[in-house]
Ligand binder design. Structure first.
Ligand SMILES: C[S@@+](CC[C@H](N)C(=O)[O-])C[C@H]1O[C@@H](n2cnc3c(N)ncnc32)[C@H](O)[C@@H]1O
Length: 219
């Protein structure tokens, strides 16, 4: 573990500033998602959760949970008996997530943590999701995030990555082309995923925002 943390620090140093501080504008973020999904944020979330294959009793970790919308939708799917935990590097996003969960009367723990160093024991979750998070993580740190996801899953546990993929010229939705979104290609994570201990890797497009998914099972 100590060795892994030193490696993470080294990777951070190699890419300039340490891990990014995440997104600091939760209200605007929710508004943007609502606008980009044309008011159908709920349907967007349900489509993503269908891919996660959640079932009652499952333990889910949502990494880069943002304002918690997806974690809250997911919570309903894992009842009875399941639980959802969210982590994010942004205290502002986490505060919004906690407020939302409180309003919904749900006790969902939202922790401040970096995807490259998760504060959970090995094999703690059945499913780990990253929804539009990895494009924000510096390239040199992405492998650590995948290895951490593998560590907190047991053999047979599932990982779902949702992000931007493919040639920018083929991305129809404007949000998939700009800045970090445009520079990121989810397909390039196939090899690192296998290296991190995942198998049965499959991918495909989503009908939302020109996003794609990459799904894999912990070997
Ligand atoms: C585009 S938002 C997506 C939020 C949420 N998953 C959703 O679908 O609405 C990306 C989130 O990832 C968080 N983030 C970025 N880098 C992270 C890291 N290294 N570890 C954990 N969270 C991170 C940001 O703070 C932000 O809340």
């Amino acid at each position: 573990m100590h060795h892994l943390r030193s490696e993470i620090r080294a990777a951070g140093a190699a890419v300039g500033p340490e891990a990014n501080k995440g997104i600091g504008f939760p209200r605007l973020y929710d508004l943007l998602v609502l606008m980009l999904t044309r008011g159908r944020d709920r349907a967007y979330r349900e489509a993503l959760l269908d891919l996660a294959g959640l079932a009652p009793g499952f333990q889910l970790l949502d990494v880069g949970c943002g304002t918690g919308t997806q974690a809250i939708s997911a919570w309903r799917r894992v009842q009875p008996g399941g639980s959802v935990v969210g982590v994010d590097v942004s205290e502002k996003m986490l505060a919004a997530a906690r407020r939302k969960a409180n309003r919904a009367g749900l006790e969902i723990p939202f922790h401040h943590a970096d995807a490259a160093s998760l504060p959970f024991e090995n094999g703690r979750f059945d499913v780990v999701t990253f929804t539009t998070v990895l494009h924000m993580v510096p390239e040199a740190r992405r492998g650590f995030c995948l290895r951490e996801a593998a560590r907190v899953l047991p053999p047979g546990g599932r990982l779902l990555l949702i992000d931007y993929a493919g040639p920018v010229s083929e991305r129809g939705h404007m949000s998939a082309k700009h800045g970090l979104h445009g520079q990121f290609d989810l397909h390039r994570l196939r090899e690192p995923l296998a290296g991190a201990g995942f198998e049965r890797i499959e991918d495909g497009p989503l009908n939302w925002l020109s996003l794609h998914y990459l799904r894999a099972v912990r070997s």
